[in-house]
Design a protein. Structure first.
Length: 231
């Protein structure tokens, strides 16, 4: 975390504590089972991992407390699997906790495509997804709420025009992108939160289980993160 953001947080005297959500969430009903499971499994998150997630929560809370947008970009090498899962679950969790000033983005350091297995895992989790365009890098519309615009998911560089170019936090979701992109231009803060690549299971009998487990892990951690931000 850079010095400016650390100073901001220390001046605010921010104390983060997890809270239970008691108001009805504006999420698709089909997401309710996995959301309940994610919240019930906060205790499964290792303490070291909670520390990484708390760094992100501190940034988000400091931005929201200052009346500014809290922008977070999740970055992996190809913007095809982990970064999309993290973006979508983070935005879903922020909606659940009514954090209207939060906005999640994703990008990569190379362009490929949002992997169809990622989309399949999200559908199994309860998201409503339609294919807006076809081709080598199709655009998917991922609906998580009846009241919010769907997330446009496709592979893009983290510097893509629709992503913020300043005053954002960069979350490095894979070790390859973390080591091969030592400087994220425009980022106020950079935090590594690495996830194992489900690609390792592609084409194997365990493919579905591996993708579902990665999606479930990311959901759990994004809901934990947003629970820290919520007062």
């Amino acid at each position: 975390m850079n010095t400016h953001c650390l100073s901001l947080i220390m001046m605010m005297g921010v104390v983060l504590t997890g809270v239970a959500h008691t108001e009805p969430a504006d999420l698709l009903e089909s997401l309710n089972p996995i959301v309940r499971t994610a919240i019930a499994e906060f205790s499964n998150i290792p303490e070291e991992r909670k520390g990484e997630l708390k760094q992100i929560a501190l940034f988000v809370q400091s931005q929201l407390s200052a009346g500014e947008a809290a922008q977070v970009i999740f970055i992996c090498t190809h913007n095809s699997r982990r970064s999309h899962l993290a973006q979508i679950w983070a935005q879903t969790a922020a909606t659940y906790y009514n954090l209207s000033g939060f906005k999640a983005f994703s990008g990569g350091i190379e362009v490929t495509a949002c992997n169809e297995r990622t989309i399949a895992a999200l559908k199994r989790a309860g998201f409503a997804i339609t294919e807006q365009t076809v081709g080598k890098n199709p655009v998917y519309l991922v609906k998580y709420s009846e009241k919010a615009e769907p997330i446009r998911s496709y592979s893009k560089l983290y510097q893509a025009i629709e992503n913020p170019h300043s005053n954002f936090l960069a979350v490095m979701t894979c070790d390859h992108a973390d080591s091969n992109c030592p400087m994220v231009r425009g980022a106020s803060v950079r935090v590594p939160v690495h996830y194992a690549d489900p690609k390792i299971a592609d084409g194997t009998p365990g493919e579905t289980a591996v993708y579902d487990e990665r999606s479930r892990q990311i959901a759990r951690e994004m809901f934990y993160l947003m629970s820290l931000v919520k007062k």
